[in-house]
Design a protein around this ligand. Structure first.
Ligand code: HEM
Length: 503
C-alpha cells in the first residue's frame, strides 16, 4: 500500500550494528588502497546458513517472506543500511541493493561505454536460442558490442526530436478517442466499468503501437474480440513481465532443468514475438501503399530503410517495453492528482491557457515518477571493480540502485512524501528546488548511454493523454490507498476506486 511505503524511512535505533559500521567505514572510502576495504562477502544482509544460504528468510514464515510487498525493498534498507547483499539461489547471481546516491553516481559514471543491464535472463535465453551468435536480439537483451551496434543504429532515429514530434497530433487523436471510450464505458457512478488496468493498457498499446508501427491498432474498438491480436499482445506483455519476475528475480531452478514456469515462459516469449511480427508485417504492407515524403517518415519507415531485422526487433521491443510502463505511470499520476485536488485544479487552469508550454503538466508527471516510479531501481552488472561504502565489489557484481527509496528521503527532497509538482518548476532560491537533490537520487528513466530509449516518446504520450483527461474530467478517488505490487515492474493493482466526473 502506498501509505506503508511512506513510513518514516529510517530509524537509527532499529538499525543493526552492520549499518552503523558501514557508515563509519564510508568516511574513508575515497582511498585508492583496496587492501583496507572489506570483502563483498561482508556486505550486510540476511544471515546465511550452510547449503541453503539466505533461503530460509524467504520461505513462508521467514522475516523476508513478503517479497511481493512494497515494503520489501525499504525493509532491507531499514534492516541493513545503504548497501545490502541478497544471495542468489539456484545459479542466479547475488544482488546488491544500493541506497546511496553518491555511490550510485560513482559506479554509474565510471562504468564503460557498454554498460550491462542483466534484466531478463530467461528472455535473453529464449532470444539467444533463436539467433546465431553474432546476431542481435534487441536492446532489452543484448550486451557488449552487439548492444552498442544496435543502439547506435537506432539512436539517431529514436531520439530525433523532429521524428518524435511527428506523432504529437496522432497521439492526441488517440488520447481523444480514449476519452470517448472512457465516457462510453462509464457507469452512473462515474466509474469505469470493467478492468481499469486493462483500459490503461489499451491506451498505452494504442499509443506505442502508433509510434512503433505507424498505424492505429484500433484497441478501442468496442467489438474487439478477446482473442484479437491486440488483446493477445496486451495479455502477453503483462504475463511476460510476471513470468520474468518468477524466473529471474525469485529463486528458480530453471537454469538446471526446464521447470513448468520456464516452459510457460518460453511459449509466451514465442507468442509475443509472433504477434509483434504479425503487427510489423501488417504495417510494412500498409506503408508500401502510403508513399510518404522524407519529412513524413516515421520511426518504422526510417529503421526499415536502414535494416529490416533491426526495424522488426526494435518495433517488437517497443511493444514490450512501452505498454505496462506507460500504463502504470498514467495510473499513478491520476491517483496522485485525485488525492491532491488543489494540484489537479492548478493543472486544469494551466491547460485552459492553450499555451504550447505546459510546465505544470510536465512537473506533475515528474513528481509522479518520483513518488510512484514504475521501475523501482536501475540495474547493472559491473564491468570493473568498485569501492562502494568501504566494500570492494568485484567486476561482474549485480547492483540495483534503488531510486524508489532514495527519492523519498528528505536529505534529497524536502517534504519527500508529499506530491509537490512545484518542486520541479520553482527557482533555485526556493528550498523546494529539485536541483538541490542529488542527481542520482531520482532516475526513473535510468542513466547514460543505456538509459530508456523511449523516454521522450513516453513523456509525449503521457503528457498528451493526461492533458486531455484533466480537461475533460475531475478525477476523484475514494476508499483506502491504492495498492502497488512490486514485481519486475511496480504494478498498480486493484481495486481502482477512480471516479471521472465531467468538468
Ligand atoms: C514512463 C514510462 C517508462 C519508464 C519509467 C521507463 C523506464 C526505463 C528504465 C528505467 C530503463 C532502464 C534504463 C537503464 O538501464 O539505465 C528503460 C530501458 C528501456 N526502455 Fe523504457 N521506460 C518507459 C517507457 C518506455 C517506452 C514507451 C519505450 C518504447 C519506446 C521504452 C523502451 C525502452 C527500451 C528499449 C529500453 C532498453 C534501452 C537499452 O538498454 O539500451 N520505454 N526504460
Amino acid at each position: 500500500m502506498i501509505t506503508s511505503k511512506f513510513r518514516p524511512v529510517i530509524c537509527l535505533a532499529t538499525v543493526n550494528k552492520n549499518f552503523v559500521r558501514t557508515v563509519a567505514v564510508n568516511k574513508t572510502v575515497q582511498t585508492e588502497n583496496t587492501q583496507s576495504l572489506r570483502s563483498w562477502k561482508e556486505v550486510p544482509g540476511p544471515s546465511s546458513l550452510p547449503l541453503i544460504g539466505q533461503l530460509h528468510h524467504f520461505l513462508p514464515g521467514g522475516d523476508l517472506s513478503n517479497i511481493a510487498s512494497t515494503d520489501f525493498i525499504e525493509l532491507l534498507y531499514n534492516k541493513f543500511g545503504p548497501l545490502v547483499r541478497l544471495q542468489g539461489f539456484f545459479g542466479a547471481s547475488d544482488i546488491y541493493f544500493l541506497y546511496d546516491a553518491e555511490s550510485t553516481a560513482q559506479i554509474l559514471r565510471s562504468e564503460d561505454n557498454m554498460p550491462v543491464r542483466p534484466g531478463f535472463p530467461s528472455l535473453d535465453y529464449y532470444r539467444r536460442s533463436k539467433v546465431k551468435e553474432n546476431e542481435p536480439t534487441g536492446l532489452i537483451t543484448d550486451h557488449g558490442e552487439l548492444w552498442k551496434q544496435f543502439r547506435s543504429t537506432v539512436n539517431p532515429v529514436m531520439l530525433q526530436p523532429k521524428t518524435i514530434k511527428l506523432y504529437s497530433g496522432q497521439l492526441d487523436e488517440v488520447a481523444q478517442d480514449m476519452i470517448k471510450r472512457m465516457r462510453s464505458i462509464r457507469g452512473e457512478d462515474n466509474m469505469l466499468k470493467g478492468n481499469f488496468d486493462m483500459e490503461m493498457n489499451l491506451w498505452a498499446l494504442e499509443s506505442i503501437g502508433l509510434v512503433a508501427l505507424g498505424c492505429r491498432l484500433n484497441c478501442f474498438d468496442p467489438n474487439l474480440p478477446e482473442d484479437s491480436p491486440a488483446k493477445k499482445l496486451i495479455q502477453l506483455v503483462h504475463d511476460m513481465f510476471k513470468v520474468a519476475n518468477e524466473l529471474d528475480f525469485k529463486p528458480s531452478m530453471w537454469r538446471y532443468y526446464p521447470t513448468k514456469t520456464f516452459k510457460k515462459a518460453m511459449k509466451m516469449y514465442e507468442d509475443q514475438a509472433t504477434v509483434a511480427r504479425y503487427f510489423v508485417d501488417k504495417s510494412i504492407e500498409e506503408l508500401k501503399v502510403k508513399g510518404k515524403t522524407e519529412d513524413q517518415k516515421g520511426i518504422l519507415e526510417k529503421l526499415l530503410e536502414i535494416n529490416k531485422e533491426v526495424a522488426l526487433i526494435m518495433a517488437s521491443d517497443m511493444l514490450f517495453a512501452g505498454v505496462d510502463t506507460a500504463a502504470n505511470t498514467i495510473t499513478a499520476t491520476f491517483y496522485l492528482l485525485a488525492k491532491n485536488q488543489e494540484k489537479q485544479d492548478k493543472l486544469r487552469e494551466e491547460l485552459k491557457s492553450d499555451s504550447e508550454k505546459r510546465p505544470y503538466l510536465r512537473a506533475c508527471i515528474k513528481e509522479s515518477l518520483r513518488l510512484m516510479p514504475v521501475v523501482a531501481g536501475n540495474f547493472r552488472m559491473t564491468t570493473k571493480e568498485h569501492n562502494v561504502l568501504g566494500y570492494l565489489l568485484p567486476k561482474g557484481t549485480h547492483v540495483s540502485f534503488v531510486h524508489q527509496t532514495m527519492a523519498i528521503q528528505d536529505k534529497h527532497f524536502p517534504k519527500p512524501k508529499e506530491f509537490l509538482p512545484e518542486r520541479w518548476i520553482v527557482s533555485k532560491d526556493d528550498p523546494l528546488y529539485h536541483g538541490n537533490a542529488h542527481p542520482f537520487a531520482n532516475m526513473p528513466f535510468g542513466f547514460g548511454v543505456r538509459s530508456c530509449i523511449g523516454r521522450r516518446i513516453a513523456e509525449l504520450e503521457i503528457e498528451t493523454f493526461l492533458a486531455r483527461a484533466i480537461q475533460n474530467f475531475k478525477v476523484e478517488w475514494f476508499g483506502p490507498p491504492i495498492q502497488v505490487t512490486p514485481s519486475s515492474l511496480n504494478y498498480i493493482t486493484g481495486p481502482f476506486n477512480f471516479v471521472f466526473k465531467d468538468v
